[in-house]
Design a protein around this ligand. Structure first.
Ligand code: DX5
Ligand code: ZN
Length: 221
């Protein structure tokens, strides 16, 4: 595993044959499974719950599962995802009534925890929790759908988040999610990201391995 992590968003996978498709994208060189949970309340779409996560584990998927919660309220679903085999759980601060409590719930279950920032959400929610988080996820689209265009202001937010991580002295992953493609991944890495969610760019490609290799080649430049 390189220091850059490629995390395909399985929102764009074939849900009718999810296990096989996730297996294929991992065999093609992906590092992490990005698992988008949408509740038709916090975001205007409905996707997968903890049963899908457990089903992937039962199918034999052993790669880290990065659960991106786009749900409100947050807390009551956290335990179910811990039990279902999640490794990382991130949530949107606006969706949690008690951010610190939600982080504690995730950590007490043995998972890595992170906060997610929508394009217009300021980073100040990090102010008192940097010692508790393992990951920061910067959204470069408004959450709810795959296949949207990258919002360029995310680059400046990545730089700010990277500065905060450096100041903390902690080992915190900086993840980007939304509109990540071969032609912008290098600029995104230069802005500070080290974990790249890509849904449509990978799952709509004719060959997953070729597409992931193209992304890694950009990162190696
Ligand atoms: C959007 C999701 C993303 C999405 C990314 O709310 O969080 O993970 O699936 O899809 P692409 O890479 O197609 O923009
Ligand atoms: Zn996501």
């Amino acid at each position: 595993m390189s220091d850059y992590l490629i995390a395909p968003s399985i929102l764009s996978a074939d849900f009718a044959r999810l296990g096989a498709d996730v297996e294929a994208v991992l065999a093609a060189g992906a590092d992490v499974v990005h698992f988008d949970v949408m509740d038709n309340h916090y975001v205007p779409n409905l996707t997968m719950g903890p049963m899908f996560c457990k089903a992937l584990r039962d199918y034999g998927i052993t790669a880290p599962i990065d659960v991106h919660l786009m749900v409100q309220p947050v807390d009551r679903i956290i335990g179910d995802f811990i039990d279902a085999g999640a490794d990382i759980i991130t949530f949107h601060p606006e969706a949690s009534a008690h951010i610190d409590r939600s982080l504690q719930l995730i950590k007490s279950g043995g998972c890595k925890a992170g906060l997610v920032f929508n394009p217009a959400t300021p980073l100040h929610h990090l102010d008192y929790v940097m010692d508790r988080i393992d990951q920061i996820l910067i959204m470069s689209v408004n959450p709810g759908f795959g296949g949207q265009s990258f919002i360029p202001t995310a680059l400046d937010k990545l730089r700010q988040a990277r500065q905060r991580i450096a100041a903390s002295g902690r080992d915190i992953r900086l993840e980007i999610d939304g509109g990540v493609k071969v032609d912008n991944i290098r600029a995104i890495a230069e802005a500070g990201a080290d974990m790249f969610v890509a849904g449509s760019a990978i799952f709509n490609a004719p060959d997953y391995a070729t597409r992931i290799a193209e992304m890694r080649a950009e990162l190696a430049l």
